[in-house]
Design a protein around this ligand. Structure first.
Ligand code: AMP
Length: 190
C-alpha cells in the first residue's frame, strides 16, 4: 500500500505517518526529516537547503526529488510507503507521477489532513518548546502556512480529480484522526 499524507504544518502528518507505517509495516518517508538530517550532517545538500528550511520556503524540486526517490524505490520493494510532506506542489506531483508510474510506485490513496489555523499555530508553538526546530518561530510559521496555502493546497483539487483524495478533519485528537484515516483506506486493507 502506498499512501501520501498532505496537510499544513502542524496538521499531524508526522504523527499519523508514524502510526500508519507501524500498523501496516510501511516505510515512513518524511521529506522534512530527510532534509533536516542532511542539514544536521552538513552534507553538500544540507548546506544548499539550510536557508530554505530556515525561511520556511520550499527547497528546489530537483533536490527533494533526488533525495526521496531512492527511499521510495526501496519502500515499494518492501511493501509500500507512507510519504509525508511530498509532494508539496502540483509541479512536484507531476514530476513524481511520471517517475512513479515507471517504477510501479504510484499512490493508492492521498490523505489531506485539514485543520483550522488556530489549531495549527497552537500545535506548532507547543512543539517548538519541545523540539526547538529553527523554523518553528512565529514569523517562519506564518510563512510556512502561506507557502502551504499557495503552493501545496492546490494538490487537493489535483488529487480529487484523480479520485485518490480523502479529506480528514485533523482538528480532532490523535486517536480520532487515526481512526478516520483507517476508515478512509479500509478498501486498501487486505
Ligand atoms: P516539514 O518537516 O514537512 O514541515 O518540512 C520542513 C521544511 O522542509 C519545509 O518548510 C521546506 O523548507 C522543506 N520541505 C519539506 N518537504 C518539501 C518538499 N516536498 N519540497 C520542498 N521543500 C520541502
Amino acid at each position: 500500500m502506498n499512501v501520501l499524507l498532505i496537510g499544513p504544518p502542524g496538521s499531524g502528518k508526522g504523527t499519523q505517518g508514524e502510526l500508519l507505517s507501524n500498523r501496516f509495516q510501511l516505510a515512513h518517508i518524511a521529506a522534512g526529516d530527510l532534509l533536516r538530517a542532511e542539514v544536521e550532517a552538513e552534507t553538500p545538500i544540507g548546506k544548499s537547503v539550510k536557508e530554505y528550511l530556515d525561511r520556511g520556503e520550499l527547497v528546489p524540486d530537483e533536490v527533494i526529488i533526488e533525495l526521496l526517490m531512492p527511499a521510495v524505490g526501496t519502500a515499494v520493494d518492501n511493501g509500500g510507503y507512507v510519504l509525508d510532506g511530498f509532494p508539496r506542489s502540483v509541479g512536484q506531483a507531476q514530476v513524481a507521477r511520471g517517475l512513479a508510474e515507471r517504477a510501479g510506485a504510484t499512490p493508492d490513496a492521498v490523505i489531506y489532513l485539514e485543520a483550522s489555523r488556530d489549531e495549527l499555530v497552537r500545535r506548532i508553538l507547543g512543539r517548538a518548546k519541545v523540539e526547538g526546530r529553527s523554523d518553528d518561530t512565529e514569523a517562519v510559521i506564518h510563512n510556512r502556512l502561506q507557502v502551504f496555502d499557495e503552493a501545496t493546497h492546490p494538490l487537493v483539487d489535483y488529487y480529487r480529480g484523480r479520485g485518490l483524495l480523502h479529506v480528514i478533519d485533523a482538528n480532532q485528537s490523535e486517536n480520532v484522526v487515526a481512526d478516520r484515516i483507517l476508515a478512509a483506506i479500509a478498501h486498501l486493507i487486505p
